[in-house]
Design a protein around this ligand. Sequence first.
Ligand code: PSU
Ligand code: MN
Length: 305
Amino acid sequence: MPFQGDIPLHLSPEVRQALAENRPVVALESTVITHGLPWPENFQLAQDMEATLRQEGATSATVGVIDGEVHVGLSLAQLERLAAGENQVKISTRDIAPALVMGKSGGTTVAATAFIAHKAGMRIFATGGIGGVHRVASGQTFDISADLPTLAQLPMLVVCAGAKSILDLPATLEVLETSGVPVVGYRSDEFPAFFSIESGLKTSTRVESPAQAARLAQAHWGLGMRSAVLVVNPPPAENALPHAQVEAAIQQALAQAEASGVRGQEVTPFLLGAVKGLTGGASLQANLALLLNNARLAAQIACAW
Ligand code: PSU
Ligand code: MN
């Protein structure tokens, strides 16, 4: 009976040591590697994220599932397997146990990564954009990412560039408000729309420094709150795309999704892929730049902790 008792997390030696010595560690997700970016950019990006964390003085803990084992901190060979491998599954919170039992390999979403990182004793996590409330296409009634209920329940500080405007951003912000998740603009009052600095929506508060972000999260949890703190970092201006340009691509992507009858966990990767195709290389460059930007800020917050 291999699964009696607690499921072991396989920590890399670096992650184990950094946690034991109370040094800064930042968790990274891997659905962006398996389902969010094309090969070989995904493999390069995974390495660049880790290098960025190291340069800022933090240890990287990329979370993923390999052959039915949960890993926190991946070797280069394991990163390459997730990036290059066929048939990698997308693993959200509901999918972790099935992946373990079936011996699968795959990338963990924001929800699954936050869950595992918290279990491993981490507090800080960097990603590109969180999942949220989907826009409702005709014939479909309801689609809310497990990222939202997970952020409602886990005391993790998550650094992201908001959420992609493939989602219903006002509804996503409302659910975060209902869930008691502070949405903290990093040197900005505006909720970013991933590729775009502007969304027309406001954050609930802002901070001016990594140390202030750390203090805000400590105060939130010091009160006894159990919800996440979402630090939203605008994408770098050099690579950001105008909101209107992205919106035109999204309208087309949504129409394609509806025509092809895409449902369930395929919706997000389908829309992301369609938007990427429609905006050309510009959105890929923006995506890579904002991921590194978020890793940098997360490392600075971890170091200020
Ligand atoms: N947003 C992106 N790129 C991504 C994702 C979201 O810009 O790759 C991934 C994240 O891993 C996120 C997941 O947790 O998609 C959300 O999928 P769903 O809506 O099926 O929960
Ligand atoms: Mn969904």
